[in-house]
Design a protein around this ligand. Structure first.
Ligand code: ZN
Length: 251
């Protein structure tokens, strides 16, 4: 019998909490969430056995998504919740217990710190990172007590996947909220020559995604996920330009 020592607290007292709440009094009907905002790893988990380049890469987070979400929050006067830790610790947009919730490998890279985790390890990550983030979204949505609230989730995607160049600058991704998504698509396509994906590069699916189906759609809220290609968010000026465009089109 091998015993694994699990620290009681994943996060030290001087580390950020599991999530960040921005503009809690925002007056927009839109609530923004950013599941993959950060590549931070709790010190108690070291580097997960990865090098700095791997921890900076898209396997750890959605680069640029937090900047875009923050600018949108300011532009729309919308409340925003961001996860403060890497998706490699536990993915805040996957159901806990699923294989990709705590990935043993991602994009062909083995994650040494995620091999052979005990149930206790996995529960600790869930209870100290995933649950508080999702609970904050629940609390926020429940406190608004309004059927007019819409949930907009901000992600980014890598320009190349499996040697395939992805042509969309941005994707409007949805499942049940077709009216809102299609309106957004129409408005975006009126205003830009860039290719805007309709459920590309991803769609939203009940058995893959978590935040949109569970937090938004189960509450009956219009819920859409925006995916921005990462090279479109390369600097502040570019991020602001996309922010302004999205703000014009997401009403
Ligand atoms: Zn993402």
């Amino acid at each position: 019998v091998s015993l694994t020592l699990v620290a009681e607290h994943l996060l030290a007292a001087d580390e950020p909490g599991p999530f960040e709440l921005v503009n809690p009094e925002g007056r927009s009907s839109i609530v923004l969430v950013c599941d993959h905002a950060s590549n931070r790893v709790p010190r108690s988990l070291g580097t997960l056995g990865l090098d700095e380049e791997q921890l900076q890469s898209h396997i750890a987070w959605d680069p640029g998504s937090a900047e875009l979400a923050r600018k949108l929050s300011a532009k729309l006067d919308a409340t925003l919740l961001l996860s403060n830790y890497s998706r490699l610790i536990i993915d805040c947009n996957r159901s806990p217990g699923e294989a990709d919730s705590i990935p043993a490998q991602s994009a062909g890279i083995e994650i040494p710190g995620n091999q052979d985790l005990t149930e206790q390890d996995a529960n600790q990550r869930r209870q100290q990172l995933f649950d508080p983030y999702q609970q904050a979204i629940s609390n926020l949505l429940d406190s608004r007590n309004s059927g007019s609230t819409k949930l907009l989730s901000i992600h980014s995607f890598t320009p190349v996947l499996n040697q395939q160049q992805r042509p969309w600058a941005m994707g409007v991704c949805y499942d049940h909220s077709k009216n809102w998504a299609r309106k957004m698509l129409r408005e975006l396509r009126k205003r830009t020559e860039e290719m805007i994906g309709d459920n590309q590069p991803y769609s939203v699916e009940d058995d893959i995604d978590y935040t949109i189906p569970v937090q938004g759609e189960k509450r009956g809220l219009s819920s859409v996920m925006l995916e921005m290609r990462q090279d479109k968010l390369r600097d502040d000026v570019a991020v602001q330009r996309w922010c302004n465009l999205i703000a014009e089109c997401c009403g």
